[in-house]
Design a protein around this ligand. Sequence first.
Ligand SMILES: [Mn+2]
Length: 319
Amino acid sequence: MRFRPKRDALPFAGLASFMRLPYTQDPAYLDQADTAIVGIPLDSGTFYRAGARFGPRAIRLHSLYQLGPYHPILSLDVFEHLNVIDYGDLGVDLQDTQKAYRMIQEGLAPLIEQEITPICLGGDHSISYPVLGALASAVSPLALVHFDSHPDTLDAIRGNRYNHGTPFRRAAEAGWIDPEHSIQIGIRGAGRVPDPKGDPGPLPFEVISGEALWTLPPDQVVDRIRRRVGNHPVYLSFDLDVMDAAVAPGTGSPEIGGPLSRDILPILRGLAGLPIKGFDIVELLPEADPQNTTALLAANLVFEFLALLAHRKQKVSQE
Ligand SMILES: [Mn+2]
C-alpha cells in the first residue's frame, strides 16, 4: 500500500493532516510507514514569548495548498519512494518538564522500534533533548546538524537546566550526540557571548556563524557540513529563528542578519544522501506570524526533509 497526499480535496476545507496524508496511529499503517510527521506541542521551555504549542497545527494548515508530491530539484516523486503518515500530536505536560520529556520519549518509542524516521514539529527547542533520547535507544551518538541563530548549549538559565537554551548541552552530556561530528549553522546575535556565570564554555561543535553565511556560497557550507558529519548517522534540528527576522517573524526569539529561504534551500538540498535518522523543526509562534509566512516556510521545509529521506531511500534501493 502506498500512502499518498490527497490532492483532490479543497485546500480550505476539512481536517488538516500534513499534506492530507493518513492521520493515524494504527499499527497496520505503522507496519508500512517509513516516516512519520509528529507534533510535539511543548512550549514550557521558553523564557520570553510562549505559544509554540500552536506550531504543529499551523504547519499542517499551511501544508495544504502549494505543496505537491514532486520535488523538482531532486527530481523525484517523494511519495513513490517514501510511505509517510501523520502520527498526530504527542501528549505533553506543560507544568511538569520531566514528565513531558518522559511522555515524548514514550510517545516516540513505537516509531523508533519500527525504524520509522520521525519528523518532529515543535514546540520550542527544548523538545530536541527528549527526541534525541528516544532515538538513542536505536542509534547513539548522532552527528548533529543544527540550524539556529542561538547555540542552545547553555548549562542553565536562571538555575533551570531543562529549557530551550540547553537541549544540546544535556544531549551531549547524555552521550546522545557527538560534538566532534556536529555542526551549527547560522549562529549570531548578542546572545552568542557566553554567560560567564552560567556557561561552562562552548562544546566542541564546528560553527558556521550567521555572518559567515553572508559570503560563503551554499556549496561550501554543504562541503563543511558533509566533512564534519562524515558517514555518521545524523540528527537535523532546524530552529526557525535561524532565518532573518524579516523572513520568519513568527518565532519566539527572532534575530536580524539571517538567511532568506533561497539561501537555506540549496544548503538543505545539498544534504541529500546523508543518513538522517530524525528531524525537528521548532519555535514556530503562530501568534507572531500575521501573514503566515513563517508557517508556510516551515511546511515547505518539512517537505524538503521528506524529499531528503525519499532521495536516500531511492538511492539505497538502487544499490
Ligand atoms: Mn534554538
